[in-house]
Write a protein that binds this ligand. Structure first.
Ligand code: ATP
Ligand code: FE
Length: 341
C-alpha cells in the first residue's frame, strides 16, 4: 500500500509518499518563514493563503520525486488537527478531493499522533511502551505511547510551549525568526553559566512544564544590560536561556521514565532540532540506562511522512474517514490520562 500524506496544520505545506515497508519515497516541505518573519510569528490568514498557492505544487513535486502517478496511490492521509483552522482546511479539503476523484480511501490524522509516531520513520524502530517528549512551537508535552493508537498525556506546558518561548525570547532580543535556530546560533558562542535563570520544576513529581517565568526573567536581565549590541552578552544570555529550557525538558523526561518504569524515550517536534537538547538528552539517557530514539531532524519538524505513517496504521486498524469529517483546532489527545479517540 502506497500512502500520500498531506500536512498543512500551521505554516508548512508538506506532502510525502510512503511505501508499505515505511520507505519514504518523497518528503517535500514548503516553509513560509520569510512571509511571517517580519511579523515575528505566524499570521493565520497569510498562512492559509500561502497553503492555497503551494498545495498543488507540493503534492505534484512529491509524486514526481516518488516517480509515481496519482493513480498509483492507495491511500490519502491528511492532518485533520490540531492547528490553524484556515490552514488545516486547505490540506484536508485537498486530500478529500484527491480521494474523491481517484476513488481511494482517505484518513484524517491527529498531527500529535504523527509526531508521537515519527520515530517509526527511522531504520531502528522503538518498542512499545515508550515515553515521548514532544517539543514544538505549539506543544510541550510528555506522553506514554502503548501502541499506534493509545497515547496517554502525562504532563504538558501550563503556559508557553518550549518553541514558543524560544520564539518570544528571540523576538524580545531582536535576533531573528524563527527564534529557535537564532538563539541556538548565539548560544553556541555563549557561556551558559553567566546568567542565573529560573527553572520551573512546579510541584514535587509534576510532569507539567512552565516557561513564561523564564521568559520574563530573560527580559529583566536584558533590560539590565547596558549595551544591547554587545554580542558577547547576547550570546551568554541565549546560552543561559537555552540551558534552562533543556535542563527542565531533560530532567522531567527522566523523571517520567522513572515514575512509569518505561525504558525507552522518543523525541519529537521542531525543538528537537536543538543541538544542546540532543546532546544533553543523549548523555543523560545513557547515564540512566534509558534507550533514546532521536528521529532525524526532518522527521521531528512538521512533515507529511509522519502523517502518512500514522494514517496508514489508522486505516489498517480502524478504517477510512468519512466525507463529512471536519478539521479541529485542539488535539483529541489533549486530556490527561485519556486514550486517543
Ligand atoms: P506544532 O503545530 O506541532 O506545534 P510547529 O508549527 O511549532 O508545530 P515545528 O516544526 O514542529 O512546527 O516546530 C517549530 C518550532 O521549533 C519553532 O518554535 C522553532 O523556534 C523551534 N525550533 C526550530 N529549531 C530549533 C532549534 N535549533 N532550537 C530550538 N528550537 C527550535
Ligand atoms: Fe508539529
Amino acid at each position: 500500500m502506497i500512502t500520500l500524506g498531506i500536512e498543512s496544520s500551521c505554516d508548512d505545506t508538506a506532502a510525502a509518499v510512503l511505501d508499505d515497508d515505511d520507505t519514504i519515497r518523497a518528503n517535500v516541505v514548503s516553509g513560509q518563514d520569510t512571509i511571517h518573519a517580519r511579523f515575528g510569528g505566524v499570521v493565520p490568514e497569510l498562512a492559509s493563503r500561502r497553503h492555497m498557492e503551494a498545495i498543488t505544487v507540493v503534492v505534484d513535486e512529491a509524486l514526481r520525486r516518488a516517480a509515481l502517478d496519482l493513480r498509483d496511490i492507495d491511500l490519502i492521509a491528511a492532518t485533520q488537527g490540531p492547528g490553524l483552522i484556515g490552514s488545516l482546511l486547505v490540506g484536508f479539503s485537498y486530500a478529500k478531493a484527491l480521494a474523491f476523484t481517484t476513488g481511494r480511501p482517505f484518513v484524517g490524522v491527529d498531527h500529535m499522533a504523527g509526531h508521537l509516531l515519527s520515530a517509526f520513520l527511522e531504520p531502528v524502530k522503538p518498542c512499545f511502551p515508550y515515553l515521548a517528549l514532544i517539543v514544538s512551537g505549539g506543544t510541550t508535552a510528555l506522553f506514554r505511547v502503548d501502541d499506534f493508537f493509545t497515547f496517554t498525556l502525562l504532563g504538558r506546558t501550563r503556559d508557553d510551549a518550549a518553541g514558543e518561548a524560544f520564539d518570544k525570547v528571540a523576538r524580545l532580543l531582536g535576533i531573528g525568526y524563527p527564534g529557535g535556530p537564532a538563539i541556538s546560533r548565539y548560544a553556541r558562542q555563549g557561556d551558559a553559566e553567566r546568567f542565573v535563570l529560573p527553572r520551573a520544576w512546579l510541584e514535587e513529581g509534576s510532569l507539567d512544564f512552565s516557561f513564561s517565568g523564564l521568559k520574563t526573567a530573560v527580559l529583566n536581565q536584558y533590560r539590565q544590560i547596558g549595551d544591547h549590541r554587545d554580542d558577547r552578552l547576547l550570546a551568554d544570555l541565549c546560552a543561559s536561556f537555552e540551558q534552562a529550557v533543556v535542563d527542565v525538558l531533560v530532567s522531567k523526561s527522566l523523571l517520567a521514565a522513572k515514575q512509569l518504569a518505561v525504558s525507552s524515550l522518543v523525541l519529537g517536534g521542531g525543538v528537537s532540532a536543538n543541538t544542546a537538547l540532543r546532546t544533553i538528552l543523549t548523555d543523560r539517557c545513557r547515564a540512566a540506562g534509558l534507550q533514546l530514539y532521536l528521529p532525524a531532524v526532518q522527521h521531528c519538524t512538521d512533515n507529511a511522512a509522519m502523517i502518512a505513517f500514522a494514517g496508514r496504521k489508522w486505516l489498517q486498524q480502524k478504517g477510512p474517514g468519512s466525507w463529512s469529517d471536519d478539521v479541529f483546532s485542539r488535539s483529541q489527545l489533549g486530556q490527561v490520562s485519556q486514550t486517543f479517540r
